[in-house]
Design a protein around this ligand. Structure first.
Ligand code: ADP
Length: 400
């Protein structure tokens, strides 16, 4: 079984070719600057890379080029497109309609179109990716795997905003949460790593350019930090995270900003970039802090403090904790952020071992001291595997 995994964004797309049974990845790559000029970066399993500067006026040309690259020339990894059994699509917003992955049908696309107001940048690109694949590979099954699905198990008192109730009934205004495939993958791995098999209380910190925390009880999400859109929750690379509504309306008045300008500031110019004034990339900001830049120091301390507050809140939401997990570029690589987040949490049963924390490894590992009541795991996420595996299960009828 070979699954072509597609993550279509507004001007870029990521892809991977994977066998979900053996977990073998045949190729992975990225098309950037679609509609501008176009560059394809294709990577083989042995790390060999191929970069092609080819015009990609639309997503269709980009996907055509990717498929061509997989079957011929230097990038070739399969003999024919017929070797691909199914396509798995990352889909961002499934609203309340999709609590699990589904086979893409005209009805699914129609429902996703209705959800566009909830994700105006992402859902149209995802739908476009599905329609192009159906067009270019007629008859091949396509599966949609939603970022929001894993969080659909949250209880109403966790997902509701305390706005007038009809805002929910009329417009679906509530928390949905994102990064669901990562939260599912990591919490599931963590469950496997715990000795305990029942009443498992797991907190997952997915820390990348976009970041979110989730509380997972017995494999089911009971709360998460992102909201109706991904701008809520933790401070991120360029997103503000939690900011009081009063501060936002005051900033709009003072700056004479429109809603769109305000959202642009909160999504693209805030977070680590906004505070440091240097970069959205934590590595550069950590370097700035080492060089004595005080705003970089502030950004790093804010990032860690925000995560720590959510961890504390979710220990309370779960009535305790069995495992705290770190994943994503920051979670997997920054021992400093992990150290600051865990400092002083011994009372909650979380006791980090500095030596284990500072050791590097690309494998899942426990960085808690032996005497720590709860475990602290670093688990590399694998969202592509979740997409490929869901696709495999749905296509082969193992899951309806
Ligand atoms: P995305 O959300 O785009 O998938 P990633 O999960 O790759 O992002 O995470 C990117 C973030 O991880 C960046 O802020 C980057 O600086 C950070 N990061 C990567 N490696 C390290 C490292 N060794 N130390 C600190 N931060 C790191």
């Amino acid at each position: 079984m070979l699954v072509f995994i597609l993550n279509a964004g507004s001007s870029s797309l990521k892809y991977q070719l994977m066998n979900p049974v053996s977990k073998e990845v045949l190729a992975t790559g990225l098309c950037e600057r679609i509609g501008i000029d176009g560059v394809l970066k294709h990577e083989f399993t042995d790390g060999k890379k191929l970069t092609l500067d080819v015009s990609m006026p639309t997503h269709k040309e980009a996907i055509e080029l990717v498929l061509k690259t997989l079957v011929e020339g230097e990038g070739k990894v399969i003999n024919s497109i017929d070797n691909i059994d199914a396509v798995g699509h990352r889909a961002v917003h499934g609203g309340e309609e999709f609590a699990s992955s589904v086979m893409v049908t005209p009805k699914v696309i129609e429902t996703m179109k209705k959800l566009i107001p909830l994700a105006p940048l992402h859902n149209p690109a995802n739908i476009m990716g599905m329609e192009i694949c159906q067009d270019l590979m007629p008859g091949k099954p396509n599966v949609a795997v939603f970022d929001t699905a894993f969080h659909q198990t949250m209880p109403d008192y966790a997902y509701m905003y305390a706005l007038p109730y009809d805002q929910y009934t009329k417009h679906g205004i509530r928390k949905y949460g994102f990064h669901g495939t990562s939260h599912f993958f990591v919490s599931n791995e963590a469950r496997g790593m715990l000795d305990k098999k029942h009443n498992t209380r797991i907190i997952v910190c997915h820390l990348g350019n976009g970041s979110s925390v989730s509380a997972v009880l017995n494999g089911k999400c009971i709360d998460t930090s992102m909201g109706l859109t991904p701008v809520q929750g933790l401070m991120m690379g360029t997103r503000a995270g939690d900011v009081g509504a009063g501060a936002i309306s005051y900033m709009m008045t003072q700056e004479g900003m429109t809603i769109d300008q305000t959202l642009d500031v909160m999504n693209k110019k805030s977070g680590i970039l906004g505070i440091s004034g240097k970069s959205s990339d934590l590595r550069e900001v950590l370097q700035g802090m080492q060089d004595g830049d005080d705003r970089c120091r502030l950004a790093v301390e804010m990032v860690a403090y925000n995560i720590k507050k959510y961890v504390g809140a979710y220990v309370a939401a779960l009535d305790g904790v069995d495992a705290l997990c770190f994943t994503g570029g920051i979670g997997e690589n920054s021992s400093l952020i992990r150290e600051i987040v865990c400092a002083g949490l011994d009372g909650m049963g979380l006791n980090i071992d500095p030596t284990k924390n500072n050791k590097r490894s690309g494998k899942p590992r426990d960085i808690a001291t032996n005497s720590s009541t709860a475990r602290i795991f670093v688990i590399p996420t694998n969202e592509e595997y979740v997409i490929a595996n869901d696709t495999y299960k749905i296509v082969s009828g193992l899951e309806k």
